[in-house]
Design a protein around this ligand. Structure first.
Ligand SMILES: [Zn+2]
Length: 328
């Protein structure tokens, strides 16, 4: 389930006519994970999932949907780690912690020329990168698979998307429906030189070389502001998607609450003053005690919760601490 949540993306349909937005994917994933834990009463599991994975900050670190306009080709940091391994064991194996000038020399005189010649071999079809073998075997597997003739899924070869569950899980964005539709159109087996994997629609393109990503979707040309809005905005947007208006409305609401609290403070102070004046009046005092009992217990529970070393409860609030349960 968590893997599925990680892989969902706004550019891939989840069924025949639905594409979720990033916010919807986040919302649905959190609700699904929460409901799973809630139904089985897995208190600690949900605590762990929320603290480490499903809160907004950590979600953005692991879910593909956190960047809505493109999908990375790699899912893990393995490529980078493998690059460090090559540099460490193939090039600087006999000098531990080299000086910076030696390291620069290793990079420019050894590693980069070797990389260039590898790329030239790829270009001349004399050697293939490791992903090509895996891609071919996925393609063959998809070609051999049987397809039931119902048309439950949205399959589009031009944008290279399919709404079946196999497509979203496949590393190379290949599924039997797409391969079948593509092969009906062009029965030749794809060649390395003409197969381009891309970050946005179409995810795989056959033909002459093209850019890996639509220039409009380049993450490094996006302003950081728009990413910030995407992550920090409220869950429900206005109809015309006007994020600024909803943030403005929210700020106004907070302002009015602060003003209300100032009023409350004055009221409570005058209540205490009136009660001190009537402290001899038994009936008045008993009535005052009864009325303020709930507020006083709630406040004490809040104070205890703020001082407590242990975690608060996960599901229902304990009696007499409804406020404390909702403390941040
Ligand atoms: Zn499919």
């Amino acid at each position: 389930m968590v893997k599925k949540h990680m892989l969902l993306h706004p550019l891939i349909p989840i069924n025949k006519e639905t594409f979720f937005t990033s916010t919807e994917i986040y919302h649905h994933s959190v609700v699904e994970a929460y409901t799973y834990c809630r139904e089985r009463n897995f208190v600690h599991l949900w605590g762990y999932l929320w603290i480490n994975w499903y809160n907004r900050v950590d979600w953005n670190l692991f879910a593909r949907a956190s960047f809505p306009s493109a999908i990375p080709l790699a899912r893990t940091t393995m490529l980078v780690e493998s690059h460090w391994r090559v540099l460490k064991y193939n090039y600087k194996y006999n000098c531990n912690r080299p000086r910076l000038d030696r390291l620069t020399q290793i990079l420019t005189k050894e590693l980069i020329p070797d990389q260039i010649s590898t790329w030239e071999r790829f270009n001349n079809n004399r050697e293939f990168p490791s992903w090509w073998g895996a891609f071919k075997s996925e393609w063959k597997k998809a070609l051999d698979a049987d397809i039931k003739s119902d048309d439950r899924y949205l399959t589009n070869v031009d944008t290279w998307i399919c709404s079946c569950p196999a497509f979203i899980k496949n590393t190379y964005m290949v599924c039997k429906h797409l391969v079948k539709t593509y092969t009906d159109r062009d029965p030749t087996f794809p060649q390395y030189a003409t197969t381009n994997r891309r970050h946005d629609h179409p995810f795989i393109r056959f033909g002459e070389a093209c850019t890996r990503i639509d220039p409009a979707n380049r993450p490094w040309s996006e302003t950081s502001q728009s990413l910030f809005d995407e992550t920090e905005g409220p869950m429900v947007l206005d109809e015309d998607n006007s994020l600024e208006i909803s943030i403005h409305v929210r700020n106004e609401l907070i302002e009015s609450r602060i003003a209300g609290l100032v009023e409350d403070k004055k009221t409570f102070e005058s209540l205490i003053a009136i009660t001190s004046d009537n402290v001899q009046n038994d009936e008045f005092y008993n009535e005052y005690k009864k009325l303020t009992h709930t507020l006083v217990t709630e406040t004490k529970a809040c104070q205890e919760a703020l001082m407590a070393r242990s975690q608060q409860r996960t599901w229902n609030p304990p009696r007499n601490s409804r406020l404390a349960f909702r403390l941040n």
